[in-house]
Design a binder for this molecule. Structure first.
Ligand SMILES: [Fe+2]
Length: 386
């Protein structure tokens, strides 16, 4: 090995069923005493926000709770929550929920610590120092946001998704407690799980992969292939829930390292998600087999190496057959979890495909796709998935 590579994860990760009840003790370690909780309505309904608040209040003051983060969080939501947190003089943020809630907590933390407006920080590496402490508690197993250096927020006026990336954006602590994911409905379990699988596969074949992220991504793919069906169909299967929660965290660590390494699936999914309210994981689940097919030529040896993690029998068979079966295995996994398989089934208009193809070319994820992507290429993948 001669080429330079970098691996960096700045988040302390702790795992155990029931661990969310210790968030108060963990918060007290930061020496900050004014906690502000950022959550979504789903975790409020599940009683999780009350559980977190009760634990926090044993050790620190809870000065505010924003429990109204929308799915596909917006610039307006981030600005409004930031001003509430600023009024309360919060000095510790606790994000609880799915990727949207955690990304919102990260964006709020950025504005609360550094001031200015969200658009000042769009892009990579624009933060220069550590921010106020942030504890992330995921209640879905998908985005890996609890360890990544990225946040994605929808600019509702421009109809695009804004990406913010900085090592300082990664939370200080991630508390992984699979008790919190047991109440997640089957559809969301499946969609978020496929998002994690997309992170792992795009990272494994992406341009910025290295020997460490490769190991992480392969491990995540195997865990997801083995446990997503059970987590989806038997929601209170704690072993499956725990494996999915850890796998999504591992996949997050893999794709987020060294500036991020995703690909055409995320680029297209971001383009569509900026315009219509499609779930990010559902869009990825539909697009992933087509993205793998698009990259199959340039990533042949990598995809063939990954195939056994997807349950494909690789012994004595040609690379082409193994890759075809790996793509089928991904498609079967999504179908077994009752996810839609075509873009037309989730409200994507055929006439809009050229605009999505064009938009995807400006997404950061497209630059780390292993095969260069033209507008015609992006459109062809969209047509295949439609
Ligand atoms: Fe994703």
């Amino acid at each position: 090995m001669e080429e330079y590579f970098e691996f960096h994860i700045r988040t302390r990760v702790i795992y155990q069923p029931g661990l969310a009840n210790d968030v108060g003790d963990e918060a007290a370690r930061f020496g900050a005493v004014r906690a502000f909780v950022v959550a979504d309505p789903g975790v409020v309904a599940a009683g999780i926000v009350e559980q977190i608040r009760a634990s926090l209040q044993r050790r620190v003051a809870v000065v505010g709770v924003a429990s109204d983060v929308p799915a596909n969080s917006s610039v307006a939501a981030v600005e409004q929550i930031t001003s509430r947190a600023r009024t309360c003089a919060a000095n510790l943020l606790v994000g609880v929920g799915g990727g949207s809630a955690l990304d919102t907590a990260k964006a709020v933390r950025m504005l609360l610590s550094e001031g200015g407006s969200l658009h000042d920080y769009q892009g990579y590496n624009l933060l220069e120092r550590p921010l106020l402490p942030l504890i992330a508690i995921p209640t879905t197993a998908g985005t890996g946001s609890e360890v990544t250096a990225w946040a994605v927020i929808r600019d509702e006026r421009a109809g695009i998704k804004l990406a913010f990336g900085s090592p300082y954006l990664a939370p200080d602590l991630a508390i992984l407690d699979p008790m919190l994911t047991r109440s997640l409905p089957a559809m969301l379990t499946a969609a978020t799980g496929m998002d994690a699988l997309t992170h792992a596969i795009e990272s494994f074949i992406g341009r910025q992969t290295n020997v460490i992220t490769e190991a992480l991504a392969a491990q995540a793919v195997g865990m997801i292939a083995n446990h997503l069906r059970a987590a989806t169909h038997t929601g209170d299967d704690l072993e499956a829930r725990g494996a999915m929660l850890v796998a999504s965290c591992i996949a997050g660590a893999a794709f987020s390292s060294g500036g991020g390494s995703l690909g055409i699936v995320h680029a297209l999914s971001h383009a569509i998600g900026g315009r219509i309210g499609i779930h990010h994981g559902t869009a990825n689940a539909i697009l992933l087999p087509h993205g793998m097919r698009f990259n199959a030529g340039v990533s042949a040896s990598r995809l063939a190496r990954l195939a056994w993690q997807l349950g494909v029998n690789t012994g004595g068979r040609t690379e082409q057959v193994v890759i075809d079966e790996a793509i089928d295995a991904v498609r079967d996994l999504a179908a077994d979890c009752d996810l839609p398989v075509r873009l037309r089934d989730v409200g994507v208009a055929h006439d809009d495909l050229p605009a999505y193809a064009e938009l995807a070319l400006g997404d950061a994820a497209v630059f780390t796709n292993p095969r260069p992507v033209s507008a015609d290429d992006a459109l062809a993948v969209l047509h295949a998935a439609w």
